[in-house]
Design a protein around this ligand. Structure first.
Ligand code: HEC
Length: 288
């Protein structure tokens, strides 16, 4: 009997569908489909079905979120309620058989997806979905004065040797390097350990400054990964506007060219924003 050939074919048949499994659908895309937003705005929010429905993709996540919330709240002033969402139970469109509108977290997820969340690598994405580049963070902090705050969450060693933004209110490490006595094989550098006091020390800083849980907080790390995790943690702790600075202080590494592997691409320092090696003692992190 020539069994081996049949077995080979069977293996191929069984393994083929597994190999072809599509990547997981982003939650925002799923919600966009489930709520039938695709009916008017097109599957990717790019090709609207009628000339009245605007292209959504490519607009900023914050802009889309704010408009979507206004529209779904039936806000007459938005001027959009009447046209939009005839299929939803909103404003004047309220009628029998209409769909319940998406809730606010669903709109946030949709806005994040449409607004370029997908362009960020997984490790830089956050639950609140509030992102800002170093350049924009600086601009917004200048405008907000003492109504917003920048926290540098890198290790003490980083702020001491690499420098720190002059306008950072404090250095509160999300991870600490201890005494550089543990090795991380995967990252090929010394291991960092989580700082269990992180949230506590942010709480203290905020109350010292007379700021509350709705104050915009901008978190800065080396290149936007630790700040994403820290943003999730502070959001769980009740802060409502925690932004992750996606390119951080040093920026991303170049993927090719003569400076491949070096942090020359973006970030606070490369953008020429103000920073210093002369640290402000009272803004530093001291053990309790
Ligand atoms: C029945 C068709 C229809 C459906 C379904 C629909 N929209 Fe819209 N949407 C529109 C139209 C038309 C406008 C433009 C209204 C205006 O500007 O007055 C709009 C505008 C918007 C805007 C504002 C965009 C801007 O640039 O100002 C956002 C955000 C939005 N829709 C999100 C959504 C989401 C999210 C869903 C699904 C939950 C959805 N829409 C479902 C028709 C629709």
């Amino acid at each position: 009997m020539k069994l081996p050939r049949v077995t080979g074919l069977l293996t191929l048949l069984i393994s083929a569908p597994l190999a072809a499994e599509p990547p997981p659908v982003p939650p925002g895309k799923l919600l966009f489909e489930q709520h039938g937003c695709t009916n008017c705005h097109g599957p990717e929010g790019v090709h609207p079905s009628s000339k009245y429905a605007p292209v959504l993709r490519g607009k900023s996540a914050d802009y889309l979120f704010e408009n979507a919330v206004a529209i779904f709240a039936g806000d007459e002033k938005s001027g959009k309620t009447r046209f939009m969402h005839e299929q939803f139970c909103v404003g004047e469109a309220q009628e029998e058989g209409c769909y319940p509108p998406p809730d606010t977290p669903a709109l946030r997820a949709i806005a994040n997806w449409l607004g370029g969340d997908a362009a960020l690598p997984e490790k830089k994405r956050t639950e609140p979905g509030l992102y800002v580049t170093a350049v924009d963070a600086y601009k917004r902090l200048q405008e907000a004065g003492d109504k917003a705050i920048l926290i540098d969450i890198r290790t003490r060693a980083e702020v001491a040797f690499v420098g720190m933004p002059t306008i950072a209110a404090a250095n509160i490490p999300y991870m600490t390097a201890g005494s550089f006595d543990e090795w991380d094989d995967k990252k090929q550098t010394f291991k960092l350990r989580p700082n269990s006091e992180f949230t506590l020390r942010v709480n203290e800083l905020m109350s010292d400054k007379g700021l509350d849980k709705d104050t915009p907080i901008y978190l800065l790390c080396r290149s936007g990964s630790r700040s994403a995790k820290a943003a999730n943690l502070l959001t769980q702790a009740g802060y409502s506007q925690v932004y992750s600075v996606t390119d951080g202080f040093e920026g991303d590494t170049a993927k090719e060219g003569p400076h491949k592997g070096e942090r020359v691409v973006n970030g606070w320092k490369n953008a020429g924003l103000p920073w210093t090696y002369k640290l402000n003692k009272t803004a530093m992190y001291w053990d309790l």
